[in-house]
Design a protein around this ligand. Structure first.
Ligand SMILES: [Zn+2]
Length: 323
């Protein structure tokens, strides 16, 4: 029996888990992370986290095939380095090599959004489907593509940037420099912005009842009001669904996965959101779902998707190549 360790690295904390060949996570542990630490310190702490799991299960290093890491930032998964992670001021940090040096195990690094997509594809809502695309609706819009059960990363792992596809030419300015990216309309940040604008315009809106202070507005505000019948909340939700739906329809037309998995904070609105996105997308895709069935579902692993995915990534990268 071989085991795999997955590490989900974040800006505030890191989680590590031990997985067996059957895909069961046997134990987990976590530690704090800080932008004030050097990359070496962070790598050493992550290696210690991994070794803690072995100690807990009384396993030796030889029983572990590899460590997989999902890291924020731009990742070169070939070399295992973090090309840029602006929050931690990292440039060209050989994260895989550093952790490997401390832990004495092979380490494979991928982007955290890719890891989450792989986790959901293999062990979450995409289980049983070979081809899935995950879209994460958080501060930004991230995502990952898994085809034929394998993560698609693109040349130099620079692909799969689903949030930076334009849905409105000349639209809102994106952090990437382009205008009208999906991220500018379908992120939680965009949803909050539109909610605040509508609230300022319409003091009679029920949104004020749910969130009396503008600074407390979050992604839930327009949904709560819409559910209670507020026309302004309903309008924001409708527009949000259409923006997201256009982005999803583009992805479906381009890749035609069997399942689209929606994750991130906004996806917590559940079927109220997802049924609307589903209706919109099914009306706007090229090949009908009667011909090629298409599921649009909510992610099911929550905050553990990245951890499961990092384990799956270790499993995939350490597998002997088949001819
Ligand atoms: Zn962009």
């Amino acid at each position: 029996m071989k085991y795999y360790i997955g590490i989900d690295l974040g800006g505030m904390s890191a989680k590590a888990g031990l997985m067996n060949e059957e895909g069961e996570v046997l134990c987990m542990t976590r530690c704090e992370t800080s932008a004030d630490d050097t990359a070496e310190t962070t790598a050493r702490r992550l290696a210690e986290l991994a070794l803690q799991l072995l100690e807990e299960r009384e396993l030796s290093r030889e029983e572990v095939a590899a460590i997989g890491v999902g890291s924020p930032g731009v990742i070169n998964s070939e070399s295992g380095s973090v090309v840029v992670w602006s929050n931690f001021h990292w440039t060209n940090v050989p994260l895989g090599r550093l952790i490997s040096g401390y832990a004495g195990l092979p380490v494979y690094v991928t982007n955290d959004a890719n890891a989450a997509a792989l986790g959901e594809a293999k062990y979450g809502s995409g289980k049983g489907f070979g081809d899935s695309v995950m879209i994460t609706l958080g501060t930004g819009v991230g995502g990952g593509i898994v085809f034929g059960g394998k993560l698609f990363e693109g040349y130099r792992s620079a692909g799969g940037e689903l949030g930076h596809t334009v849905i409105r030419r000349g639209g809102r300015l994106c952090t990437c420099g382009r205008r009208g990216c999906l991220e500018c309309y379908a992120s939680a940040t965009a949803l909050k912005r539109e909610t605040r604008i509508a609230m300022e315009k319409h003091p009679e809106s029920l949104m004020w009842k749910f969130t009396p202070k503008l600074e407390d507005v979050n992604g839930k505000t327009p949904f709560e009001a819409a559910r209670a019948g507020d026309r302004y909340g309903k309008k924001i939700v409708k527009e949000y669904v259409e923006y997201l739906g256009d982005g999803v329809a583009n992805i479906v037309n381009l890749l035609r996965p069997q399942v689209i998995i929606l994750g991130g904070g906004v996806s917590n609105e559940g079927e109220y959101l997802i049924s609307r996105v589903r209706d919109y997308v099914l009306k706007h895709i090229y090949a009908s779902a009667a011909y090629a069935s298409l599921e649009i579902v909510r992610a099911s692993l929550g905050n553990d998707a990245g951890l499961y995915g990092a384990c799956a990534y270790a499993m995939a990268r350490s597998a002997p190549c088949r001819p």
